[in-house]
Structures are given as C-alpha cells and as structure tokens.
Design a protein around this ligand. Structure first.
Ligand code: DON
Length: 577
C-alpha cells in the first residue's frame, strides 16, 4: 500500500515536505483503519475450530483443514459428511443456508441453497375439493419435496470460496458412504418414527427397513447409491446432480411415486448469494440470514424491541416476560409478512427500524401478557418433527462459516428415488398451504408464504455471527420454529459474558405468537419465575419436543482463546487445534 502511495507521490511530483506530511497522514490512516476495521477483519485466530452434530462430520472438517483447505472447504466436507452420517437431518435431497465470512476481504455473504417449489406446484395443491388441507400430504412421499439446493450450494462454495478441488472436500463423505456407518441411536429413533411412511418407498425400505422392520442401533449400513451420487457430484460438479444420470433417476423415481418434479425443475435450480442482515445490539453486531429465512428479521425485530429496556437491572421474571412479549410480536410479523423476496415485497426496512420497535413496545405491559389474539390479526388472505443440523467453523486465517442445513422433519419425506440414495426433503410443509392452517411447526402464514412455482419456502434457519469488542461467536441450531428463539437466547447470553459451553447448554423457552403458549424446558424457569409469568397471564407448557442441537464456536479477541461447544442435548463433537 505504501508503495502505491510512494508511486503516486513520484508520479505527481509532490514536493518533499508535502511528501512527509502525506506519508505521516497515510500512517495515521492505517492506524485508524486498523482500529475501526470491522470486528471480523482483525488478526487471525491462533487455532481452528469445528463444531458439528456428529463426530465423523467434525473429523471430516478437521481432515480437510489439515489438508490445506480453508473454512469453506471444511464447510463442504462437513455438509456432505452430515448427509451420510446424519441422514435424517440434512442431505443432498435438501437445502440450507451457509453464512460466510471471508477474512481477507471482510466480505460476508449468505449462500442460499434453499429448496424451491417445482414448476407444477400450485397454491392449493395440498387442499381437497372443499379447500381443506389433506392430512400428511406435505410430509410424506415425493409430493412433499422441493427441488433440492444443497448439492448446488456445495459446488458453489467449493468453486467460489474454497482452495481445494470439490472432489477432495467430498472425499470423506464418499468414504463414509462407501465403507458404511453404524446406525446411531438417533437414526434408530428416527426410523421408528418414520417407518410407516418409509415402507411406501422401496428404495428407502431396502436400505433402512430390511424385512419391513427399522434397523437397530449398532448395525452397519453401506450407502452405495449415495456414494455413487456423491462421486458424480465430485466428478461433474453442478451438472453431476442437476443433469444427466442422477437427475434422470431422481425425476423417474419421483414421478413413478406420484410426484411432480421434472428434469427442467432440476436444470433450473440456482444458488442465490444474499447480503446478510446486520443489527446492532449492546455494542455487538449480529450478522444474520435474510428471507427466504425469517431468522434475521425475527431476531432483529425482537432485539430492537428489547433494546429499550435495561434488562440487566430488571428482575429475571421481568426479563423473561419481556423476551416472550418481544418474540410474540416478531413471530406475528413472520406469519404476516415474510416469504421469498423474489415473489413478495416485504417491509423489511420498516420491520427492522427503531420506530417500528417503538410502536410495538407501546402495547407491552410489564405486569401482564398480551394475548396473541389482542394483536392485530394476520390478515385473512392478503392474497415435531425434529430434524435439521447446524455446524460452525473457524479457520486460522479467520474465515468463518455458520451453516444450517435441512431436509425438514425426521428423514424428510421418507422417500428415496431408486438408484440415487438421496432422501428427499419435505420442505413443502414450510409453505403456508392455507392462511390460518398451521404447519408442522404450528407456524401460521399468509399469502406471502403461499406456494408458487419456483418459489422458496419460508425458513426459520438462522446461522448467525455475533461480532463484538469481546470477539466473535458463530452459532446456530436445528429446531424448526424454535431455532430463532434459541439463537436469540444464546446470543443475549453471549453478550452477557457466557462462554460457548454455556451458550450451547442454556435452558430454553419459546413463544411464537401462535399457539399462545410459552414452551419451556425443565430448568428454564425457577419456581418464582413460573409463578410470576403465570400471574401475568402466560400459559406455560413444559416441552415434550427436543429443544435443538446448537453448535457454537467462539473466538475471544482479548485473550485469543478459541472455543467450541456442542449441545449436550445431541451427540455432536468439537475440535479446537
Ligand atoms: O427451514 C426451516 O425452518 C425448517 N425446515 C427447519 C426444520 C428443523 O429445524 C427441524 N428440526 N428440528
């Protein structure tokens, strides 16, 4: 840089005394710019760290970093490995959002590999002749599946951001699929839960339900078709999945079982790069995912409402009451306004403006819950599941990835097109199939999230970075509609000074506007807090569903310490080295 300056000085024949003033000014500028550089663009961490939901996925990430890959190569290796070792949660038949930070440039971007509705999809495709939802149809079988985005995202990540060839980063996953993996307790549980739907898919049943019964934990299964599909992707890139033999098999299998995919749908799939949403809160910047995920808007809206309260000085019951009230209002906006930006215009600037939050705060009372029905209703047509996965990676150059990937609920649509080994997603259930009809996560929606050909269904996936003078946190979790409140609680806890371990293990509670209940984990509230919340009119419901599987990496700039933590609720593993 200083050579550039010297060259400029020489070229324009600037006098020596003016030169020294300029050189001093330049030195000052460098110092100032180092001081004000965005949190992410500062010196590199001393260690790499990986946190994923499965030990073999963490090892795949480690292997690729050790082979000279960067965090983006590791993200490809981890995502592909998760497709094999956590087949009920994410995979080539699904999609996700990868939030990236490039250390060199400070550039941050969201790779949107969300599924899209096939061209033959229609707004009322899941309703019967009377306009009532047909049960199960958005959940099981190929009609429930959107066109997958994960394979395209992996190719994009490797090509655009990686240092290693795609084939190198896919190698661990191919090895796992080819050599086989042990059926974990998670897989066993998922199979029991999905057995009925899965029996209707011969290719799924042959792999997972030999003799009609779910495989038991401990058995080893080789995934030869999946290994072949991964090899095609490694050899031919994007076209290896979206055109040619794999595409032909996918479409043939889907159509033979009553699905509506075509070769054109696959050929048309494109990854989209999006600018993250950034919100400031208590001196930190949260870097989050924009629509078609609702994560960034709902988190931003919630934090904007909360920022006016001095939460630290309030009794804990009031703090929790206010958090619930903020979530109630932000999730209402999710239902009302959010969808795929290519199809709906959304008032995002308004939803994230301080004035909007001021307005929302006026209806919040400290002594009483606002019944959701008292909020402006969601306009009548303006117009359990438990799986998904998250990983967090930081490399020694300071590159970061937060990736949340999904096929939606346990084993997605429980359907494998023969000869592909690819479990299809059931993300079509994330659309609002009818205003007022809740989806599998009891979320409401309106026309903004109605089905249309080529449209991306609204997501709650929220891979997030928090950047503050203290350092950086990379986090996210599965959990359907609860993802956003889980990320919120852990983000606020990080800003209060907790470490990665505490962020991942924190006891959680949640409100999503509808149903008008506070779901909570045992331990999330003390007896006094429960009494205080109930006295304010909150309906508390001890959760039967698992509250996520958070993966966190933190880098403390003051101490230089790099930490990682995997949610004690799951079977994940971390590595820091
Ligand atoms: O995109 C979404 O919001 C959902 N498909 C995520 C599903 C999920 O997290 C299920 N996990 N427990």
């Amino acid at each position: 840089m200083s050579n550039v300056l010297k060259g400029t000085i020489a070229r324009y024949g600037i006098r020596p005394d003016t030169r020294s003033v300029l050189l001093r000014a330049f030195a000052l500028l460098v110092c100032v710019s180092i001081w004000i550089l965005p949190a992410g663009a500062q010196p590199a961490p001393a260690k790499s760290a990986v946190a994923t939901a499965h030990p073999l996925a963490t090892r795949a990430g480690e292997e690729i970093l050790a082979a000279g890959g960067n965090a983006f190569d590791a993200a490809v290796a981890i995502s592909a490995a998760l497709a094999v070792v956590e087949p009920y949660a994410s995979g080539l038949g699904g999609g996700g959002f990868w939030l990236l930070h490039e250390a060199d440039s400070g550039r941050q971007i969201v790779v949107d590999g969300r599924e899209v509705a096939p061209a033959a999809a229609t707004r009322d495709m899941y309703l019967d002749a009377r306009g009532n939802p047909r049960p199960g149809i958005t959940m099981d079988g190929p009609l429930a599946a959107g066109i997958p985005g994960e394979p395209a995202a992996l190719v994009h990540l490797a090509k655009r951001y990686g240092r290693l060839p795609l084939a190198t980063s896919l190698a661990p996953a191919i090895r796992y699929a080819d050599e086989g993996i042990e059926i974990s307790r998670g897989i066993g549980m998922g199979l029991k839960f999905r057995a009925e739907a899965a029996r209707k898919s011969p290719a799924f049943a042959a792999l997972y339900l030999p003799g009609g019964e779910p495989r038991q934990a401990g058995a080893t299964v080789r995934f030869r078709d999946l290994a072949r599909t991964l090899q095609r992707l490694a050899a031919d890139g994007h076209d290896g999945f979206y055109r040619g033999d794999v595409a032909r098999r996918l479409v043939a299998g889907v159509q033979a079982a009553g699905g509506i995919w075509t070769r054109d749908d696959l050929a048309a799939y494109k990854v989209i790069e999006r600018e993250p949403i950034r919100v400031q809160y208590r001196g930190a910047t949260l870097v989050m995912v924009p629509p078609p995920s609702s994560g960034g808007v709902v988190l931003g809206d919630t934090l904007n409402i909360l920022r006016a309260y001095d939460l630290a000085s309030l009794p804990s019951v009031e703090r929790k009451h206010l958090t619930i009230e903020a979530l109630r209002r932000a999730y209402r906006d999710r239902a009302m306004y959010l969808g795929d930006p290519a199809f709906v215009s959304m008032p995002i600037e308004r939803l994230l403006s301080p004035w909007y939050a001021d307005g929302q705060r006026t209806s919040i009372r400290l002594d009483r819950a606002t019944p959701s029905d008292n909020l402006p209703g969601i306009a009548p047509d303006t117009g359990g599941g438990t799986n998904t996965t998250h990983f967090s990676v930081l490399d020694k150059a300071g590159n970061r990835v937060a990736g949340t990937l999904s096929i939606n609920t346990w084993f997605g649509a429980a359907f494998i097109p023969p000869g592909t080994g690819v479990i299809l997603n059931n993300e079509m259930d994330d659309f609002s199939i009818k205003t007022g009809t809740p989806n599998g996560f009891e979320l409401l929606g309106t026309a903004a999230n109605a089905i249309a050909p080529g449209k991306r269904m609204l997501s709650s996936m929220s891979p997030t970075f928090i950047e503050s003078p203290r350092g950086v946190a990379i986090l996210g979790t599965p959990g359907g509609s609860r993802i956003i409140s889980m990320v919120l609680l852990s983000a606020m806890a990080w800003m209060d000074g907790v470490d990665a371990e505490q962020m991942a293990s924190l006891k959680r509670y949640h409100h999503q506007y509808y149903p008008d209940v506070v779901a909570y984990e045992e331990g999330a509230f003390t007896a006094d807090e429960k009494a205080g919340l109930e006295a304010r009119g909150h309906k508390l419901e001890l959760s039967q569903r698992s509250f996520g599987n958070m993966q966190v990496v933190t880098w403390d700039r003051e101490t230089g310490r790099v930490d990682a933590a995997s949610d004690p609720r799951g079977g994940g593993e971390v590595t820091v080295y």
